[in-house]
Design a protein around this ligand. Sequence first.
Ligand code: ADP
Ligand code: MG
Length: 345
Amino acid sequence: MIRQLDEAAINRIAAGEVVERPASAIKELVENALDAGANRIEIAYADGGKTLMRVTDDGCGIPPDQLPLALARHATSKIDGSDLLNIHSFGFRGEALPSLGAVARLTITSRAPGHEAGEIAVSGGQVGAVRPAALTSGTIVTLRDLFYATPARLKFMRSDRAEAQAITDIVKRLAMAAPFVGFTLRDVSGGGEGRVTFRAEAETGDLLDALYGRLAHILGTEFAGNALRLAATRDGLTLTGYAALPTYSRGAAIAQYLFVNGRPVRDRMLHGALRAAYQDVLARDRHPAAALFIDCDPTLVDVNVHPAKSEVRFRDPGVARGLIVSGLRHALAEAGHRASTTVAG
Ligand code: ADP
Ligand code: MG
C-alpha cells in the first residue's frame, strides 16, 4: 500500500539531509541571521552544541503572526519561486527551521519593527502557539537537545571537543564571508569559558580591505603578512581574496577557505584548482593557505545541488578552474618577480 507520509515524518527525513551535526545547525541559524541583515551575531553553545545552541541577531525580526510560517515546510520570505536561477540569499528552501524543529527543541523569539515581540516553540515536530515575549529587536533562536527525537543520529555525534571544533570552523567561514558583521562565539558549557570575538570591520574601506582585516584576525598576522591580494576575471567569473606565499604553506589542507557568491563551499574541483596553482612552488606534502572568493552571475552556478548547499556546480567548471589556476599563478609570479628585484636592488 502506498501511503502519504505525514508532515512530522517528512520533516524528520529532511532533517537527515540538512542537519548532520551541531555545526550544520549553527550554519543554518547564522545564515538566517545574515539573510535578516544582522550587523551583530552572537553564537553560544554548550557541550559541543549537543545540549544547547543559541544564535542571537539584530536583524529584521519576524512579526508574531509570521512565526508559525517560519516553522512551516517550504515557507520562505527569500524567494517567490518564480526565479530559482537568481538566488542572492543564503536560504531559499524554507527547510532549516522545520527540520531543526523535528529533531530538537527549538524556540524562536523575535521582534520586527512596528510589531510586538513574539515567541514560538516546537519540539519533536509539535508546534506550540505564539506567545508574547520580551525582546527589543532582532531574533533569538534557541536549540536544545539536538537529535533527542532521533536516537540513531544521536549516536553519530562525535566528542564535544570535535563538535565544538566543527562549530568554530563554520563560524570562521561565515565570518570571512561577512567581514562587516560582528561575531561573538561563546562556549557556555559549565559556566562559560571560551569566547572568540570578530569585531565588525570598518565600513570605510572596500570589501577586500575589510576581508584582509578579518583574515588577519581569524588566520593570524603571519598569514596576513604573507598574503597576496588577488583580483582576476575570466568569462564572467571574478576571483578575489588572499592567498599566502608558498613559504607560509601548511602540512595539511586546513587553511583553505573557498566561497562562491559569498557562500562558504567545499568543492573538490575548486580545492583541486588551488592545489594545481601551487604545484610548481610547493613540495607534495605542503598545502597552500588561501581564502578565495569566486563571484559570478547566479545563473552561471547552481547552488541547488544539495540541501546543505556546500557543493556547487558551475555551468562551465573549466572556466572556474582556469580562473583560480591562472589568477593564483599570476599573483605568485608577480610576487616572485618583486622579491627578486628587491634582492637585486
Ligand atoms: P530559508 O532560510 O530557506 O527561508 P528557514 O527555515 O531557514 O528557511 O527560515 C524560514 C523563514 O524564517 C525565513 O525565510 C525567514 O523569513 C524567517 N527567519 C528565519 N530566521 C530568521 C532570523 N534570524 N531573522 C529573521 N527572519 C528569520
Ligand atoms: Mg535558512
